[in-house]
Design a protein around this ligand. Structure first.
Ligand code: FES
Length: 576
């Protein structure tokens, strides 16, 4: 019954009338699949990251059911399958260590099975890039469906946002300004519904980018997880993927250079997470789109942040949805020539067609480009002798008075050392100091953990100091804020210049000049380089060993070097 332009790959399994055809069909029939499902209709994989260990994705069985209905509506044959799920809050040392492993799981599961198209169910931070990366290396017709953000959190009459208020309340607890009981009550008040973090953290940023890249349906970014319209979107995605298979709209037809440019400018306009940088660099390398760290600086440089959401602002994703969601942002970018309106999207229309009727209903949440929430909100890419391959900072989350500053370094060689000393009242640190954290990069942590926004010393918090310059090779939670320099490359644990900083050295940060300099003469740096010893590797077997042997640096996306690129969807050899 297929009307696809080319033979569906699932036919290599299901059209066989022999012993193997018996295997392929018969075992599926044990779950009640009738014979007519094998008549040539597109087989759609529903790639599910549901897990009780990933609370942000705990409603995905229901979303998968709506995708399934959509696939059936359109005459497809849905088959749901699980892949490694990455729970940001639970996984140690960091979910990022496993992003590439999950992408391998997705890639191999999709290619090895009789699938013609895939719907990716994504929510918690790393699940989105992991699934997109894996799918990109196969390149079937693909639609991304995000799980949606949680409802607004409220505590003691105030709106509280995921992560952002976790950080502020943990600092209040350390400073003694709230009790442990209040702390526990706030935990329940913040996370009161299904969904992912409802600030403009990494999950919300990546959900916006699924839409901006054109891989998701319009509205994907902001519909709350528990709003019935999220289920409608899932059903429409299920219907649409069947058509995409018939039309052979493979993922590389959506993930073009123009799509990435749209995504980078969107990141600036929404005040999105710094984590988007490393994820989009990795994704672009999977599909062979040339994209560099410097693209982030020049493409985002003149884009203003329009969205007044935590952590930079005041509101939450539910407000963003009520205001009009991402289409109301994209429309403004398009009107100023900052969006490729002709970029194709998953629903078969162009970006310009999708945003044609977008309306901004709450200007206090989505500002205009004439009166932006924050000016010049793109990522700044810093270079200098401290970061020869680059480092990034999100100026819109930084303190303006620290964007141009020279200060004395206070160095922590590990996260354990930071935790051991940060509460020490005798620590020599003041508001002009620059905190430097080493050995937290892709190999160093391992997994480039979100520890770059180091906690401040209590003695400075009590003085009302709320920000210091912090520099590391780590990442930062998308829900965090501050004058935080991240992703320093090369990282300290492979002997990058960050490893050579000593307490007392002067460090110069100049964001307008894009400079990050260690003010130590070259002879002294050469002596330190000669004396530097590489830390012991974190593993000598298993996945972590594979990861350590092959992970690339932050400016290359921190992917495994052998995963870069696409192997395509060619049907593997038979298994007999
Ligand atoms: Fe899952 Fe924030 S912890 S999105």
């Amino acid at each position: 019954m297929t009307d696809s332009p080319k033979k569906l790959r699932s036919r290599a399994w299901f059209e066989r009338q022999d012993k193997m055809g018996f295997y392929y069909r018969s075992w599926l029939k044990n779950s009640g699949i009738p014979q007519d499902q094998f008549d040539g209709r597109p087989v759609i994989g529903i790639c599910n990251t549901w897990s009780e260990l990933t609370p942000c994705n705990s409603h995905f069985r229901e979303i998968a059911e709506h995708v399934r209905r959509g696939v059936l509506d359109a005459g497809g044959f849905p088959l749901e399958f699980p892949v490694l799920s990455l729970g940001e809050t639970m996984m140690r040392p960091t979910a990022m260590l496993y992003r590439n492993l999950a992408s391998m799981d997705v890639e191999e599961a999709v290619r090895a099975n009789p699938l013609d198209g895939v719907v990716l169910l994504m929510g918690c931070d790393k699940t989105t890039p992991a699934l997109l990366m894996g799918a990109a290396s196969v390149n079937l017709p693909t639609i991304g469906v995000s799980g949606g953000p949680m409802l607004r959190g409220y505590y003691e009459g105030r709106m509280v946002g995921s992560g952002t208020n976790t950080i502020s309340m943990s600092e209040q607890l350390r400073a003694g300004s709230i009790t442990l009981d209040q702390f526990h009550e706030a935990e329940a008040a913040m996370n009161r519904s299904h969904g992912h973090c409802m600030t403009m953290g990494t999950a919300s940023t990546m959900a916006c980018l699924v839409e901006a890249l054109g891989v998701g349906m319009p509205g994907n970014a902001a519909i709350p997880a528990v709003d019935a319209r999220r289920n409608v979107l899932a059903r429409e995605a299920g219907r649409r993927i069947v058509t995409m298979v018939h039309e052979d709209v493979t993922l590389d037809r959506l993930l073009t250079r123009e799509a990435f440019e749209n995504a980078i400018r969107t990141t600036a306009a929404i005040g999105g997470s710094t984590n988007a940088v490393v994820h989009l660099l990795a994704l672009a390398r999977r599909v062979g789109v040339p994209l560099t760290l410097d693209d982030w600086d020049y493409l985002g440089r003149d884009v203003h942040c329009l969205v007044n959401l935590m952590p930079s602002g005041q509101y939450l994703m539910e407000d963003f949805f009520e205001a009009g969601g991402l289409p109301a942002v994209l429309q403004q970018l398009h009107q100023r020539g900052l969006l490729h309106g002709d970029a194709p999207t998953a629903n078969g229309k162009t970006q310009a067609e999708n945003i044609g009727n977008a309306t901004n209903w709450r200007p206090e949440v989505i500002h205009s480009l004439d009166e932006p929430f924050k000016s010049d909100a793109g990522m700044a890419v810093l270079r200098g002798n401290l970061a020869p391959n680059g480092a990034i900072i999100k100026p819109s989350a930084a303190s303006p008075h620290l964007l141009r500053h020279t200060g004395r370094a206070v160095v922590f060689p590990s996260i354990e050392d930071l935790h051991a000393r940060i509460n020490d009242e005798s620590l020599e640190i003041d508001e002009n100091s620059i905190m430097v954290l080493q050995n937290c990069g892709p190999k160093g942590y391992p997994g480039m953990a979100e520890v770059g926004n180091m906690p401040l010393p209590p003695k400075l918090l009590r003085k009302g100091i709320t920000d210091l310059i912090r520099i590391s090779d780590a990442r930062m939670s998308g829900t965090a804020y501050g004058t935080v320099v991240l992703h320093v490359s090369p990282e300290a644990s492979i002997g990058g210049p960050l490893a050579l900083v000593h307490t007392g050295d002067l460090v110069r940060l100049d964001v307008p000049e894009r400079a990050l300099e260690l003010l130590v003469d070259e002879d002294e740096l050469a002596r330190r380089r000669a004396a530097w010893k590489a830390p012991e590797p974190h593993a000598d077997r298993g996945y972590v060993k594979l990861y350590l042997d092959h992970v690339t640096q932050a400016h290359e996306g921190a992917d495994l070097d052998f995963l870069v690129g696409c192997s395509g969807a060619r049907v593997p050899r038979d298994n007999h």
